[in-house]
Design a protein. Structure first.
Ligand code: TRP
Ligand code: SF4
Length: 402
């Protein structure tokens, strides 16, 4: 079975080249090998934009268009909108009951963002809960991999802890302890002591060697004890592992290679800095933006040699140019044999070339909004099937299946 990938993006504006190279390109690639779920995190956008409903409303379907334009294939990937699945909110609520406040207060993005976005009032309950909502998004699909930027690793780590705690608290079938005791009692006294010793040691060290000793004992019992069943083996191995049954799956973060695309002012490309080249900018707009991009400040006149290492345009060359072009730009800059506008031209051309298929696919979708809605509709229903099943398991595990 293909392992499941899940990721989401906040619909707070048109996507730019930084989104493409930092995330989307990877999402597209993952479709080939995994069962991919990608969703519009509109609730997450509300944690910071709760006062600006127009922003989110305007960007939900636009973002889906950007995704498909970039190459997400709705036949292979499940594309949906978070708020269409109240199951996420239900899991968030249930997880919230047992999640220590300190776990959320300690998430590094919490304080960082509070500092950074001082102009917004982020002292809200929702903002503190942001990473827990994200955990619910991930856990409800039992995702194995979560492709996200490095800045999100603490959220995935929290998700793992939440899953572990949930499994620890609720991953046991009814009467687990008693059944373990009854099963253990069927072993010779020495073996019982040996098993307990390995179980304790494994819980403390997690050592594979210790695990192997414990497992060997259980397997020996399986062969020797009269009337021993497969379920008895499972029970003792589960107890040895320190878990009962994994109701929720601990996911792993998949970090994209860090491609920090600079914006036109040399800082990281970001909508909030107003320095971004959008995925769907027209060629003339791309040209205008890149021609106006900052360069090595030491190159005041055309005759001054420059240093590419101090120029953000050079970082774009590293992403967009072949070896020969890079060589030409590097030497040309150092010797002042080319001007900055000349140097920028191949980058402009490469961006426009990259955008061409995006623009075409996007134009077709913009002209056919029903199709976009239909894609999201299909994705949402597919996601719902999975989310419902998980919630059924979760409610049962928590004793809520009255
Ligand atoms: N917090 C993510 C971001 O800002 C968006 C997100 C929400 C997400 N839920 C998620 C990402 C679940 C991965 C998995 O980029
Ligand atoms: Fe930057 Fe190119 Fe100008 Fe050098 S020539 S400063 S690399 S834009």
């Amino acid at each position: 079975m293909r392992s499941r990938v899940l990721s989401g993006m906040r619909p707070t504006g048109a996507l730019h080249l930084g989104h493409y190279h930092g995330a989307l390109k990877n999402w597209v690639r993952l479709q080939d090998e995994h069962d991919c779920f990608y969703f519009v995190a509109d609730w997450h956008a509300l944690t910071t934009h709760y006062e600006q409903r127009e922003v989110i409303e305007k960007n939900v379907y636009e973002m889906v268009i950007d995704w498909i334009a970039a190459g997400l294939d709705p036949d292979r990937s499940t594309i949906f909108i978070q708020s269409r699945l109240p199951e996420h909110a239900e899991l968030f609520t249930l997880l919230a009951m047992g999640t220590p406040l300190g776990w959320l207060e300690r998430v590094p993005t919490y304080k960082d963002q509070m500092e950074k976005l001082k102009d917004r009032d982020l002292a809200t309950y929702g903002f503190l809960g942001y990473p827990l909502l994200q955990a619910a998004d991930i856990l409800i699909y039992k995702a194995t991999y979560v492709p996200v930027g490095e800045d999100q690793s603490s959220h995935v780590e929290l998700t793992r802890e939440v899953a572990r705690r949930f499994n620890h608290l609720y991953g046991r079938m009814h009467g687990f302890e008693q059944r373990v005791a009854a099963t253990l009692a069927r072993l010779p006294k020495d073996d019982q002591r040996y098993y307990e010793k390995q179980r304790k040691a494994f819980g403390e060290t997690g050592s594979a060697e210790v695990w192997a000793k414990g497992e060997a004992l259980v397997r020996r019992a399986a062969a020797a004890v009269e009337g021993w069943s497969e379920a008895d083996t499972e029970l003792l191995l589960g107890h040895l592992r320190g878990s009962g049954r994994a109701v929720l799956v601990e996911p792993q973060a998949l970090h994209t290679e860090v491609l920090r695309l600079p914006g036109t002012d040399g800082q990281k490309m970001s909508k909030s800095y107003g320095n971004a080249v959008l995925m769907r900018d027209e060629p003339a707009e791309v040209e205008r933006k890149i021609r106006g991009m900052v360069t090595d400040p030491a190159r005041v006149r055309r005759t001054d040699p420059g240093d590419p290492e101090k120029c953000p345009v050079w970082d774009l060359h590293k992403v967009y140019s072949d070896e020969a072009t890079k060589d030409w730009a590097y030497k040309g800059c150092k010797t002042a044999s080319i001007g900055c506008l000349e140097c920028k031209q191949p980058v402009i051309d490469a961006i426009v070339r990259e955008q061409k298929p995006w623009r075409e696919r996007a134009a077709a979708l913009v002209a056919d909004p029903k199709k976009v809605h239909w894609i999201v509709e299909m994705g949402t229903e597919r996601a719902r099937t999975v989310a419902r099943q998980t919630m059924k398991d979760v409610r049962e595990a928590m004793g809520l299946a009255y």
